[in-house]
Design a binder for this molecule. Structure first.
Ligand SMILES: [Zn+2]
Length: 198
């Protein structure tokens, strides 16, 4: 934190003087003016150093300004949705993704949510029940086996053979039953859906 008469860290010669100015920022042809923008101006080299507290506050204002221009939810709107649904920042980060502290960062204005996260938030705000889908998935420990199992069953009677592609374990799959055997001239191929009991 700087104060009046600190030595200028840029030139090392002059002394800093606190000034409160208005600073205007532009983004995609839009403008936002911030009042009470605190800078420390050097008496010698004329450089202005932005007050760290002002810089931090400005980051959030500017990020919300960009969000508005880009049609994204602002930090306050995100917070409102989360509070309406009754979750903590950490819970929301865990359930909805985006990283371990994602909602802390979206709300304090250090990170902008992706368009897909923004869409997800709008959907769960309008249809809160859809959040159940995610919270249930979140609670279940999903075991994914990386090896794709493939079993060929010979019927033995020459009628045909069934090929079972189980896909990933627990995901269910399709049985392709090929009965285009000579004894059956229809040459049809049928598919049977099954659900893996695992
Ligand atoms: Zn200076």
């Amino acid at each position: 934190m700087y104060k009046n008469n600190d030595q200028c860290p840029i030139c090392g010669e002059g002394l800093l003087k606190k000034k409160i100015i208005q600073e205007t920022f532009s983004y995609k042809g839009n403008y936002r003016t911030i009042e009470n923008y605190i800078v420390y101006e050097c008496s010698d080299c004329g450089e202005s150093i932005v007050d760290p507290k002002t810089l931090k506050e400005t980051e959030k204002i500017i990020r919300d300004f960009h969000r508005e221009v880009d049609g994204l939810l602002t930090s306050e709107e995100i917070k409102k949705i989360r509070n309406q649904l009754g979750y903590t920042q950490n819970d929301f980060s865990r359930i909805l993704g985006g990283g371990i502290k994602s909602f802390t960062r979206y709300e304090n204005g250090t990170v902008t949510q992706s368009k897909s996260m923004d869409n997800l938030l709008r959907i769960i705000q309008k249809y809160p029940d859809t959040l159940d889908v995610l919270t249930k998935t979140d609670q279940k420990s999903i075991k994914i086996e990386p090896i794709r199992r493939k079993t060929v069953l010979e019927t033995g009677s020459g009628v045909g053979k069934a090929e079972i592609d189980t896909g990933e374990a627990g995901s269910g799959g399709i049985i392709n039953f090929d009965n285009s055997d000579k004894r059956n001239n229809s040459g049809t191929s049928q598919k049977y859906k099954y659900v893996d009991a695992a």
